[in-house]
Every structure is written in structure tokens, then in C-alpha cells.
Design a protein around this ligand. Structure first.
Ligand SMILES: [Zn+2]
Length: 78
């Protein structure tokens, strides 16, 4: 399974990256090739905002948490 597969929070399409890191230090959010929206707008949101959105049952917030954040569970399973 490829670790570098993310999901677009808007349309659930797979994406290879969430943002692009340019050499001049500017980070730009990757635009989804399917829906033309930011793949994961939550990467620059405050975690509290993400939590509130999740509590409001926003699917995008759940996708961000489930697919696009790294959970420290790897050392439990290996
Ligand atoms: Zn999309």
C-alpha cells in the first residue's frame, strides 16, 4: 500500500500530494484534478476549527482526519 496517497476532501479523489513546496519557501495547496478545488483546505486550518467541523459532521473534515493526517499507530502494529 502506498503511503503517499491522500484524498481530496471535497470529492474523495486520490491525490499524490496535499501541497507543493516551492524553493522560495512558498507553500501552495494542490488543486484537485477532479473537482478543481483545494485537495485539502484543512492543512492550513487550526486543529480546533477542524475539530468543530468534524463535530458538525462535515464530510470534508472527516476525510482530512482519516486520510490526510498521520496517526502515530505504526509502532503499535509492528
Ligand atoms: Zn476533488
Amino acid at each position: 500500500m502506498d503511503k503517499n496517497v491522500f484524498r481530496c476532501v471535497e470529492c474523495n479523489e486520490q491525490a499524490t500530494e496535499l501541497h507543493r513546496d516551492y524553493s522560495n519557501g512558498i507553500l501552495t495547496i494542490t488543486i484537485c484534478g477532479s473537482c478543481q478545488k483545494p485537495v485539502d483546505k484543512y492543512i492550513e486550518y487550526d486543529p480546533v476549527i477542524i475539530l468543530i467541523d468534524a463535530l458538525l459532521c462535515k464530510t470534508q473534515a472527516f476525510r482530512h482526519i482519516l486520510f490526510n493526517t498521520t496517526l502515530n499507530v505504526s509502532y503499535c502494529t509492528t
